[in-house]
Design a protein around this ligand. Sequence first.
Ligand code: DC
Length: 223
Amino acid sequence: MTSQRLVIAIDGPAGSGKSTTAKEVARRLGLGYLDTGAMYRAVTLAVLDSGVAHDDPDAVARVTRDADVAISLDPDDFWVRVGGRDVTGEIRGARVTENASLVSTNPDCRADLVRRQRALMDAAPRGVVAEGRDITTVVYPDADLRVLLTASPEVRLARRRGDVGASVSAEQLRTQVLARDAADSKLVEFQTAADGVRLLDTTDLTLDDVVATIIDLAQEGRP
Ligand code: DC
């Protein structure tokens, strides 16, 4: 790896703005963009389609290990494929969103996905902005910059409402944001910043403010 590579790790709960932020930072700095949540979602879809019992963690881990997941690292041309089939839209639906903890709370699935994520990040020629729940702590603790984005629950619900539109009920939205964060927190701490991780509360910030702050932090101390 050359010293010119730049790796930025961004974590945060659902609706903290991390996907939009990470994508825009990658675009402006000419880096790759890795949406690790999309990988958890793609594997969740593979598990649901496989028909394995949801209460059989070994079977879920087996499907995970066998899942042929390909993901774009281009912030301007994002896609995800499972077994060669484009699933970019399908993995955002309620069926996958509401079952993602099948995979995210399974330690064997996490270990497999962490390994794949590191390999993808190491292969990005100029570096990468990766976002998720455990990038700053588990996947890439040696990143040049590590940021935890937070926002109030009200703002996170409102942002997710903007993503999903009116098709989802208020109760379903709370399940998809707050209940999912609670389930996902069982194995991974993403609500408080670990040592050396910069905490950025985006509740009252615009996307542009957040992007500019992260770019400033990334450029601090670089030649
Ligand atoms: O960020 P997202 O909503 O697309 O994430 C989808 C699911 O994957 C979510 O339930 C949390 C989980 N996830 C995780 O456990 N670790 C990551 N690094 C990224 C996502």
